[in-house]
Design a protein around this ligand. Structure first.
Ligand SMILES: Cc1cc2nc3c(=O)[nH]c(=O)nc-3n(C[C@H](O)[C@H](O)[C@H](O)COP(=O)(O)O)c2cc1C
Length: 185
């Protein structure tokens, strides 16, 4: 199956976005994909903010994008768009760093006013980087994601069902693409 890089762009140490992604990673893993988690907040700030293209953490992140067949790109909505942290990494990747990749964009936010942030803000960036196929994304309200004292994540039933569907469609798209590439030799 496919290798999927699952990227959380939240700077928060208690990020709901990151927890949601790790929860969805398990679903992709169960479907046979190799999932590599990447939390952008673990990359040294001086590399991201100093545009240090040669920093080992940046070259390593870039190599992960290169190796993956696909990416889940998750971000909290900040000021009606993606987080600056996510953009600081994307800005250091090659101009067409998503060429040939299938991408699932996901966002969490506090207001339905910004439910379209994926489509008007994130999707154009991913497209400009050459993504071959950006599947339907999903915006989840932060109040629908709860984390128990033991760290267990619960997503409200409606959004949980919708997320499962977008993940399954992403997984199907990966399956078709892998089959096509295998057929092409
Ligand atoms: C600096 C900041 C700006 C935010 N701006 C927005 C916004 O414009 N629209 C929105 O719906 N939510 C906004 N939020 C709420 C977050 O998107 C939301 O709580 C999200 O789930 C946080 O994800 P995280 O826990 O992964 O960081 C903002 C939060 C912060 C801290």
């Amino acid at each position: 199956m496919a290798t999927v890089l699952s990227v959380s762009g939240s700077p928060s140490a208690t990020s709901r976005t990151a927890r949601l992604l790790r929860h969805l990673d398990a679903r992709l893993t169960a479907q046979g994909h190799e999932v590599i988690p990447l939390d952008v907040r673990t990359i040294p700030a001086e590399a991201l903010l100093g545009a240090d293209f040669g920093h080992p953490a940046i070259t390593e992140a870039s190599a992960l994008f290169d190796r993956a067949d696909a990416s889940v790109i998750g971000t909290p909505v900040y000021k009606a768009a993606y987080s600056g942290l996510l953009k600081s990494l994307l800005d250091l990747l090659p101009q067409y760093g998503l060429t040939g990749k299938t991408v699932l964009p996901l966002a969490t936010g506090g207001s339905t006013a910004h439910v379209l942030a994926i489509d008007y803000a994130l999707r154009p960036v991913l497209s400009s980087m050459g993504a071959a196929h950006i599947v339907q994304g999903w915006f989840t309200l932060d109040k629908d994601i709860t984390v128990g004292d033991d760290g267990t994540l619960t997503v409200a039933p409606g959004p949980a069902e919708a997320l499962a569907q977008v993940v399954d469609r992403f997984s199907e798209a990966l399956g078709s693409r892998t089959a096509l590439l295998a057929a092409a030799g």
